[in-house]
Design a protein around this ligand. Structure first.
Ligand code: PGA
Length: 252
């Protein structure tokens, strides 16, 4: 089953106008510089989406938000709607990142509601799941990830509008990663749960990214795994050289 690799950058709460635009321009130039058979996405903070969109002009790099509300508009101070993201030229939105689950108490149910709204507005979703260190130590990794998939991925999800990102919480920003075998085991288990939920055909076509301390030196091994279809990259996406080295090492 050929699934197009995705290299996605999650800039998190990083990037003021000037450095964000410079980073986007560098990524755009590097993506344009050679023929690449991967999908590239960058997800800057809301505040510079429009500037980054402009900086990416002419390059095959999609723009994504890092979260959205489940309503189109209304009295939700500080929130951003899916329509606002499409209005700025976004085609993707990250949902249910562990930092939002932890910092904002986001539940599977809420993530699912947001995903439905995002799809309705024409956005594709990158839905994040992943276990904490304690859950891993207790041997609950597969159970936790399965439950998050069942609760966070809506019925309307398919391989065209949804990408899954498996990000062990303990691997994010720590420089630690699971072994390649552990990553493959979780991805294969997640695909099985997706098959139960959405049918085998969609599950086989749906991309499952790995995220959590992906760097140029581990990208080759992790991204060559049969059920790993790309990476969601935090820290290393803030330096264009590292971001593009990951892509190059993954054969993109
Ligand atoms: P990291 O973050 O690459 O800095 O570990 C990944 C993520 O949180 O998406």
């Amino acid at each position: 089953m050929a699934r197009k690799m995705m290299i996605a950058g999650n800039w998190k709460m990083n990037g003021l106008s000037t450095d964000g635009v410079n980073l986007a321009k560098e990524v755009a130039a590097a993506v344009k510089a050679k023929k690449r058979d991967c999908e590239f996405v960058v997800c800057p903070p809301f505040t510079i989406l429009a500037l980054v969109k402009k900086a990416l002009r002419g390059a095959k790099v999609a723009l994504g938000g890092q979260d959205c509300h489940f309503e189109e508009k209304g009295a939700h101070t500080g929130d951003i709607s899916p329509l606002m993201l499409t209005d700025l030229g976004c085609s993707y939105v990250i949902l249910g990142h562990s930092e939002r689950r932890a910092d904002h108490g986001e539940s599977d149910e809420l993530v699912c509601k947001k995903a439905v709204a995002a799809h309705k507005s024409g956005l594709k979703t990158i839905i994040c799941i992943g276990e904490t260190l304690q859950q891993r130590d207790e041997g609950k990794t597969i159970d936790v990830c399965s439950k998050q998939i069942l609760g966070s991925v809506p019925e309307c999800a398919d391989a065209k509008n949804t990408v899954i990102a498996y990000e062990p919480v303990w691997a994010i920003g720590t420089g630690k990663t699971p072994t390649a075998q552990d990553v493959e085991d979780v991805h294969a288990a997640v695909r099985k749960v997706l098959a139960k939920k959405l049918g085998r055909a969609q599950a086989n076509k749906m991309r499952i990214l790995y995220g959590g301390s992906v760097k140029p030196n581990n990208a080759k091994e992790l991204l060559a795994l049969p059920d790993v279809d790309g990476a969601l990259i935090g820290g290393a996406s803030l330096k264009s050289a590292d971001f593009m080295a990951i892509a190059d090492n993954a054969g993109c």
